[in-house]
Design a protein around this ligand. Structure first.
Ligand SMILES: [Zn+2]
Length: 100
């Protein structure tokens, strides 16, 4: 498996990405944001079996330039994020309550 060179912040291990992710998570936790894929509440506990995960509205594989763009981030369950893959999502929630 070869990986093409990615723009800064594309890799989830990048410091710039982790920083954005941490900030976004805190924001979601503050409002107990539900999963944007299934619409169910997310446990923000660290020991949750299906914890919060940052999903990208435009998948990183297709829009690596948006990987660290908070406006492209969505709260999701780990399981929902994984089962989504790179597919397009039709959220059950309607519009986000906040203007990103
Ligand atoms: Zn979900």
């Amino acid at each position: 498996m070869t990986k093409p060179k990615a723009p800064r912040g594309t890799n989830t291990s990048d410091r710039v990405y982790r920083k954005m992710r941490a900030r976004y998570r805190a924001k979601c936790e503050a409002v107990q944001a539900p999963c944007w894929i299934c619409g169910q509440p997310i446990s923000y506990r660290a020991d949750s079996p299906d914890p919060w995960e940052l999903d990208h509205y435009h998948p990183r594989s297709r829009r690596p330039d948006l990987a660290i763009e908070p406006a492209n981030a969505r709260p999701s369950h780990s399981s929902c994020n994984r089962s989504r893959g790179n597919a397009d999502v039709r959220p059950t929630l309607g519009q986000p309550s906040e203007d990103w």
